[in-house]
Design a binder for this molecule. Structure first.
Ligand code: HEM
Length: 141
């Protein structure tokens, strides 16, 4: 049963479902799951899923946030979610499971971290050598 909580359209746009509601939709006829506190009806997507049907059936009717993130789905995959959105997980049920969209940014700036100290060090060594060279030079004349 959908626990719509009086949100079937006019005044409030968000429909809330409890984990219990979602849990019931775990068959081949109907497959719902939760990702980041949002409820998705992916029944018609199962056959299209590039990662196969099996993994989706394993998560059916449950919170699939962790496995969804573990795979490292692309931005495209995240965009696709929108078309299957049916509502939010009821606040009572999303204590820890509702971290909103995690933005994964990759930074490959590892060179800057070592060049930060390497360049000044090399500069100091060169200046030191120059100083010694010139001081020896002036002593000999
Ligand atoms: C409704 C939610 C989901 C959508 C829209 C979705 C979409 C996609 C898409 C578009 C891909 C192709 C690769 C990419 O673009 O990232 C993919 C791959 C995959 N997905 Fe999902 N996925 C969903 C849920 C899940 C879940 C819950 C799992 C659970 C483990 C899963 C496991 C995988 C795996 C294993 C692959 C293959 C990765 C690879 O070949 O490298 N997906 N999914």
């Amino acid at each position: 049963m959908a626990n719509g909580e009086g949100s079937s359209g006019e005044e409030s746009q968000v429909t809330y479902y409890t984990l219990e509601d979602v849990r019931k939709r775990n068959s081949q006829k109907e497959l719902w799951l939760v990702i980041h506190g949002r409820v998705y009806d992916i029944t018609r997507f199962v056959e299209e899923h590039p990662g196969g049907e099996e993994v989706l059936f394993e998560q059916a009717g449950a919170d699939a946030t962790e496995s969804f993130e573990d795979v490292g789905h692309s931005v495209d995959a995240r965009e696709m979610l929108k078309q299957y959105y049916v509502g939010d997980l009821h606040p009572d049920d999303c204590k820890q499971g509702s971290k909103k969209d995690v933005l994964i940014t990759t930074s490959s700036n590892s060179t800057s971290s070592w060049s930060n100290w390497l360049i000044p060090t090399v500069a100091v060594v060169i200046l030191g050598l120059m100083y010694r060279f010139y001081s020896m030079d002036s002593r000999s004349s």
